[in-house]
Ligand binder design. Structure first.
Ligand SMILES: Nc1ncnc2c1ncn2[C@@H]1O[C@H](COP(=O)(O)OP(=O)(O)OP(=O)(O)O)[C@@H](O)[C@H]1O
Ligand SMILES: [Mg+2]
Length: 263
């Protein structure tokens, strides 16, 4: 695989899914299809089930009933079908940047020369060439999240699951990371499911946004984001359409939050 080849994405389907933690019902009859190569964001108030949804998609959690299908087939636990980027950078502090990125390949038994070359390709893609020998402590928060991203991408997953990956970053670094993520996604073409609390970020990145309601109500809104690509920083962010989407979603979130207070 050379750096310019498209990896592509898989279709993902959630069908009639029910899930709860003990007596706490989170989803009753959740149905979602994410198309191959689609960039889907999930937003909603804290505790509405976003991380739970991602964990059901990864197979970390099993539905009580219903199914999660990848390319129309049941998830196989042994199939490493996804890359997962967590909210907090979860790097091994004693390993260098390069060793962190190649760790998953090492676990797969890939020989050192091949995995180092591959890790270098992805470090370069996230703009960290020259930092391969640094320990995580010597990297900024944004750089650590780039390593995290490279670590997920190096496995060349056709599905990328991201749980508020840029939540801890300042606004300017976050916008830079948004552009870098779009550049990589444009190049690699994976299916992405992205969780965020940030409405701007969701609108800027996504083909589609799901607004989750309070449990166990499921999807409050499924909104297609019809902004042309490539999305170009200030031009996109200051366009009338961007503001219309943003306003609509702010109203939706307020409505979801209000319904929780009333009920
Ligand atoms: N392991 C668990 N055991 C029991 N309840 C859990 C567990 N994990 C989450 N929950 C509960 O499930 C609900 C949904 O949690 P989840 O983490 O999916 O929310 P979230 O939308 O990701 O929230 P946030 O935006 O704060 O990250 C919450 O009420 C939470 O307390
Ligand atoms: Mg969460």
């Amino acid at each position: 695989m050379t750096s310019s080849q498209l990896i592509g994405g898989d279709q993902l389907t959630i069908k009639n899914l029910h899930f709860g933690y003990d007596s706490l019902s989170i989803f009753t009859d959740l149905n979602v299809t994410v198309e191959p190569g689609e960039f889907l964001s999930i937003i909603g108030p804290s505790g509405c089930g976003k991380t739970t949804c991602l964990n059901l998609l990864s197979g970390f959690l099993k539905p009580d009933s219903g199914s999660v299908l990848l390319r129309g087939e049941s998830l196989e636990p042994e199939d490493p079908h996804f890359g997962y980027v967590f909210q907090q950078a979860t790097l091994f502090p004693w390993l260098s940047t390069l060793e962190n990125v190649e760790f998953g390949l090492k676990m797969q038994g890939m020989n050192e020369k091949v995995r180092r070359e591959k890790a270098m390709v992805y470090l370069e893609k996230v703009g960290l060439k020259g930092f391969e020998d640094y320990l995580p402590l010597k990297l900024s928060g944004g750089m650590q999240q780039r390593v995290n991203l490279a670590r997920a991408l190096v496995m060349e997953p056709r599905l990328l699951l991201m749980d508020e990956p840029f939540g801890a970053l300042d606004a300017i670094t976050r916008e830079t990371m948004n552009d870098e993520l779009l550049r990589l996604w444009n190049e690699l073409g994976q299916t992405v499911v992205f969780i965020t609390h940030d409405i701007d970020e969701a609108v800027y990145l996504s083909d589609r946004i799901l607004v989750l309601d309070r449990p166990p109500n499921g999807i409050f809104k499924d909104l297609k984001i019809d902004l042309k690509r490539p999305r170009i920083g200030k031009d996109t962010r200051t366009s009338d359409k961007f503001w219309d989407y943003k306003k609509e979603l702010v109203d939706d979130i307020a409505q979801v939050a209000k319904s929780a207070v009333v009920s």
